[in-house]
Design a protein around this ligand. Sequence first.
Ligand code: ZN
Length: 220
Amino acid sequence: MRMTRMAIAAVVAASAVVTGTGFAQAAPCSGYVGLTFDDGPSNDHTPALLNALKQNGLRATVFNEGQYAAAYPAQVRAEAAAGMWIGNHSYTHPHLVQESQAQVDSEISRTQQAIAAAGGGTPRLFRPPYGETNATVQSVEAKYGLTQVIWDVDSQDWNGASTDAIVQANARLTNGQVILMHEWPANTLAAIPRIAQTLAGKGLCAGMISPQTGRAVAPG
Ligand SMILES: [Zn+2]
């Protein structure tokens, strides 16, 4: 059946009403942001994080430590099954800028292997611990085809930020930007429903981080 101009207008008006009542996932995305959660996986925190993200219609990039991917492979699989993108966050979370090229190579390559062996795929994104990088780190990233992802906004959740402050940090995001969060702070978990509401209110959706650009884009 062909819709008349008037019928189309009615559908548009109806969808606007639905959006206004809080069914925000029906709203179109005017842009994408990259939510990131570092330092997992774990049996203690990953299940609750994944549940909260799923319940609120959010997808995120999780930067896993290789030592934890090796210890908790089922959680890596759970991350992938929940639609998360899995990145490399080194094996033991050292200050890589103080390490030799061979040590950096070991940190990155063993993590690639641990995540892949767990069923998380071969990562294409790398976040250096503490956001610390140099020419040696970048040369090893290139060797493994990894795009370095730091962040545009630091939620400060690692530094005791309140749930309100974590929500407000997310509210500062604009199209394409990436925010640093972690899987372990209780305040971060508590913030997730309000992060979803805040982003929806700005017409922003949670996207993937492009391995080509390191920027948040539509999932694809
Ligand atoms: Zn970290």
